[in-house]
Ligand binder design. Sequence first.
Ligand code: FAD
Length: 486
Amino acid sequence: RNTIHVVGGGLAGSESAWQIAEAGHHAVLHEMRPVRGTEAHHGEGLAELVCSNSFRSDDPNGNAVGLLHQEMRTLGSLILRAADRHQVPAGGALAVDRDGFSAAVTAALEAHPNVTIVREEVAGLPPEAWGPCIVATGPLTAPSLAEGIRAITGADALAFFDAIAPIVHRDSIDMDKAWFQSRYDKVGPGGTGADYINCPMDRAQYEAFIQALVDGEKIGFKEWEASTPYFDGCLPIEVMAERGAETLRHGPMKPVGLTNPHDPQVKACAIVQLRQDNALGTLYNMVGFQTKLTYSEQVRVFRTIPGLENAEFARLGGLHRNTYLDSPRLLDATLRLKVRPSLRFAGQITGCEGYVESAAIGLMAGRFAVAEAEGRALEPLPQTTALGALIAHITGGHILDDVPEEPGEETAEALVKAPAKPRSFQPMNVNFGLFPPLAAMPRNETGKRLRGPEKAMLKRQALTDRARADLSAWIAGTVPQAAAAE
Ligand code: FAD
């Protein structure tokens, strides 16, 4: 029996400790509450839900988070077991009685003979003498530990603020209106000269858009967020719009160096650019569009952009306090810190987003730690599964290291006073854009190629079926090498 330490008894750390204990090893779980609190937690229970009580869709057929639920149940998740037992009615969503849920997780871990819970703050990096350790301290990691992590990873490796621009599924963009082109056709490192998707606006569309940004409903900053460093570094797009009607068309929406092949004679008043967000090329982010608009306003306002009328958003924009690592650079394929492999990371600090995703990464970190303690190599999870796709997002399997930069962007970034180097890695919920594309697009019974909602539905179902088959093969130990490494 090996001892593995886990720091942080939230969604991820509780799940890691459970996986370790269930595998017959000793988990020592260090949780600082109630000795020290965070700005968002209120109680002292493990796995406290800090905001909503929903684990989102529980539909395992054609919904990525529902599929993730199912995979976690298959792998013996404590978080899903407690959620299922404390479910409250919420249509197709899995919502829970938050107190009952947290109490169930706490009781299960307290009662487990292989778990020791220590209520203390781990101030600074966990000591080397502990040996293998999982750090799962979440978006509100206590400052001295965050400083310790920064000291060994470098100042730009740990972010304290998310400035997120919306991310759109590539196949929902109308390319009869939009087009591929880099500004001045510039070929950057790894680029082709046609790396961006461009959406043009005429004067009337631009003015209406600026007005919609100014009038749109916004979410306020919480008091403790407003005092966080880096707030100055990321100006929401609506704040830029408020500075004057022309500001955006001289900043992130400037129309220079681009020619619309659908209408070459007409000069656009403004152009929205979208940049490839993952190596698969399935997701594109809206350059410079970090925002505090509410989610429903973002969908309404951004769908007025020509070419984005039917846009499906993989994630919407936001700005909030969040401590997370530049994981694709720092972590190996089993979530270990490359510069100190005895430390493994799990949960939101790795750059996943959401309760379910945090617990999912906790589950896998626990399993990786167990395999290592037992001297076994754990076959990599196929990236075609929801768990595997999420791990690939975090550890860099899908992320472009060298996102091509355009000369115009520096001006846009100077305008928004962004941190020196743009981050290509952003936290993300699980979504089908993180899955490798299907080898062939599904067709209906008549063999016809599909379009619109019917195509999207069949595609999601096919991705789900593939994920199920590949997870079963992985569990049975029969997953082909090629699928595991896909
Ligand atoms: P946490 O659940 O936060 O767990 C981390 C634990 O580590 C905490 O218990 C903390 O006390 C402890 N800890 C921290 N530092 C130390 C230390 N040095 N020593 C010992 N213990 C330590 N996601 C959703 O899906 N839905 C939402 O509605 C939602 N709302 C959110 C609202 C806010 C304000 C925030 C900040 C995040 C929200 N999230 C939400 C995002 C995210 O899913 C949750 O934060 C989730 O709890 C992350 O899980 P975790 O295990 O990584 O971290």
